[in-house]
Design a protein around this ligand. Sequence first.
Ligand SMILES: Cc1ncc(COP(=O)(O)O)c(C=O)c1O
Length: 448
Amino acid sequence: MKRLGLFPDSTTIQNDTLHIAGRSLASLADEYGTPLYIYDRATMDASVAAYKGALQTYYPAQAEITYAGKAFLCKAIAEWTQQHQLWVDCTGEGEIGIAVAGGAPREKILVHGVNKSPADLNSAIQHAGTIVVDNLTELKRISVTLRSLRSLRVTLIVEETLRFAQSDISVWLRLLPGVAVATHHSHTQTGQHDSKFGMTREEILEAASFCKEHNLPLKGIHFHQGSNFRDPSPLISAIELGLDVSKEIGFAGEWHFSPGGGWGAAYHEDELPQPDIGDYVRRIAESVTKGCKTRGLKLPVLHLEPGRSLVARAGVAVYRVGAIKRRGERTWILTDGGMTDNPRHAMYGARYSCLTVAGPSREMSERVSIAGPYCESGDVVIEDLPMPKIEEGDLIAVPVSGAYHLSMSSNYNGARRPAVVLLEEGKAKLIVRRETVEDLLRRDLSIA
Ligand SMILES: Cc1ncc(COP(=O)(O)O)c(C=O)c1O
């Protein structure tokens, strides 16, 4: 069955029921409740291995993989990144805090963000090894903060930060390449000429001069053109521009070059096969290697920054069907989760597919739309999908749910965010417990 190709590597059908890593999704739903998010560790590990293998083959100089925490970050996932010696891309103080809690050391934490607050910058200086600067204002703020740290010697923490700030912190500049990758929606493009992200070539050169004048350790160039693309061609012209700018800057010694992340995943059977990680890495590695050679540049440490392509397909969302409305023009399958745990369809019309947990191979006998329980007409996860006959109380499993679901989830309508379970060789480990009503009230103060 083609749709099965969207599910994690370890997915099987046993006793006419979907299993992942040897565990029945029906029994996991009974044990942990629904909606439930399941991550298959073997699939995540295999994706990392695909990146590492391709980098070893096509870029044997030095390369690093940075997990884009925005795809999904919790303590256990941060720990997993460290088991694979990945760097972690953190957007601001919150994600930095999670990465630190998961054991990421300073040199593996890289901080992104388009308008980093003073708190984000302080946290970055305290915990991270690399700050990717988005704009000149931010660069000036970093310079002021580092200078004031140099003149302060108050607490141990400050002294420790000071020691580090004077030696090991690196600054990279984010280039706006002016070229977007093809994604299914403009909201997932970031590299186009009018994007809010990054600096133009002229701004980058001004930033580089500022770094020189103010003794800031400029060590790299980064760009990111968008998320969920499968044609790497637009990367090539952006790499050319990035290398031109790097040449103009004139990095001395070890330097870093990061063409971002964004490699896609197939979400619907029509989009299979899954985009090939090896091919993506090869295209980047070849163009960086050739581009450096023609410009007489020393090969940089090459950084890739995948999020979705490491975790999306490892994740499966399991929902229980409550009510069904079979009407002439449309059949609504109403489940216990939706836009609060997966806003991607509501935000940019993302297409999904799914299987029933019991009897997944049955004949597809009707077309259905699958919606959640929230008070929004946009609370839809899947539209117009052929499915076998579904009954109230059935479980459905939505594949490719591992990226940009829970990290963009909300408490709309008082929704309590789902539990997350990591599966490994037949064992299930709860890595994020389900939210409770007490959690919803935790920050509230009374006026009575
Ligand atoms: C700077 C940066 N790096 C990496 C990523 C990861 O993208 P993806 O999860 O599509 O690989 C993003 C996502 O938007 C990003 O903004």
